[in-house]
Design a protein around this ligand. Structure first.
Ligand SMILES: Nc1ncnc2c1ncn2[C@@H]1O[C@H](COP(=O)(O)OP(=O)(O)OP(=O)(O)O)[C@@H](O)[C@H]1O
Length: 293
């Protein structure tokens, strides 16, 4: 389904992506996370054939996407602020989706427009941000493309609509499994959907793991300096904050029974760190680490 071998890409000789590798042969829902400017959109553009890698191999469904008119049958890239014509209403956008996607599911498109309660006759340019996101989700899901990419799909959705989005995406995936790539800055917003998480950092794919494994990591300890240090041992410290004689740290570790036991013995408070905070600390740059030291 997706094959990326040693991909490198530069804009104006500035390396954006280097030695990226990722292979998936079975359908999977992947969350793509990275900090601002890390290269998420660039990777999505390369996968959808909008940009060409400088080095390496990229295949989607056995097809190289760049400069390949067949590629649009294999990949749908639903961008944030997807460019709709000023004159289009919902029906025009669905017609466009139908023309460009050979697996197009009109019944699903109609169902999603009803679920999202989008007005058919109103111009899309007058839609709210959340409504624009919903029409983009509807077209992306109804495309049923073997690789469907959503850039920041929960952007602008309130809690209720986000729940609707989760439900329709998972139902549609169950019924027609395919590879779906969802990028987000807020991992909590897409993590409930994703079987795997890909993290771009330092110009490459630093981590690619099962969501359940990755989200289990990140532990906060707080207590007296001596007690906290005795619990840390050789575990990597991602963040450290001193408050008088108190010390708060985040560890790059799962919350194991053994660690809990050690913390209890030392009188140190221990708790799971929020996933988003863990990822932010995991991808902290040297300069930021030094600034807080
Ligand atoms: N057309 C372009 N020409 C030159 N540089 C670009 C171009 N598009 C993006 N870049 C640069 O490439 C880098 C990666 O950008 P990209 O948009 O892929 O990151 P991102 O992870 O999607 O960021 P964000 O989360 O902020 O949307 C950034 O430094 C950006 O300035």
């Amino acid at each position: 389904m997706i094959k990326i071998n040693n991909l490198s890409f530069a804009y104006d000789r500035k390396n954006i992506l280097k030695d990226v590798n990722l292979t998936e042969t079975e359908p999977v829902i992947i969350g793509l996370w990275g900090r601002n400017g890390s290269g998420k959109t660039t990777l999505m553009k390369i996968l959808s054939g909008m940009e060409q890698q400088d080095k390496g191999l990229v295949e989607v469904d056995g097809v190289e996407p760049y400069n390949n008119s067949h590629a649009m049958h294999h990949v749908a890239f639903m961008q944030e602020d997807h460019p709709y014509s000023d004159t289009w209403d919902v029906n025009d956008a669905l017609e466009f989706g139908r023309d460009f996607n050979q697996n197009w599911d009109q019944a699903l498109a109609d169902e999603l427009i009803d679920i999202f309660q989008l007005p058919r006759k109103k111009k899309i340019r007058t839609f709210s941000k959340g409504m624009k996101t919903m029409i983009t989700i509807a077209i992306g899901l109804a495309s049923k493309a073997p690789l469907t990419i959503f850039d920041e799909p929960s952007n602008g959705l309130d809690a209720h609509m986000r729940k609707q989005f989760y439900d329709v995406l998972l139902d549609s995936y169950d019924e027609h499994p395919r590879t779906i790539l969802l990028s987000s800055h807020h991992i909590e917003e897409v993590e409930p959907l994703c079987e795997k998480i890909a993290i771009i950092d330092n110009n490459t794919l630093m981590h690619y793991e099962e969501t359940d494994v990755l989200k289990n990591n990140g532990v906060h300890l707080s207590g007296s300096k001596e007690a906290v240090r005795s619990v840390i041992g050789t575990i990597r410290v991602l963040e450290e904050r001193k408050l008088g004689r108190q010390l708060n740290v985040m560890l790059d570790s799962p919350l194991t029974d053994e660690l809990k036991h050690r913390a209890e013995q030392a009188g140190v408070m221990i708790e799971k760190a929020p996933f988003q905070d863990y990822l932010v600390n995991l991808t902290k740059k040297e300069a930021e680490l030094n600034a807080h030291a």
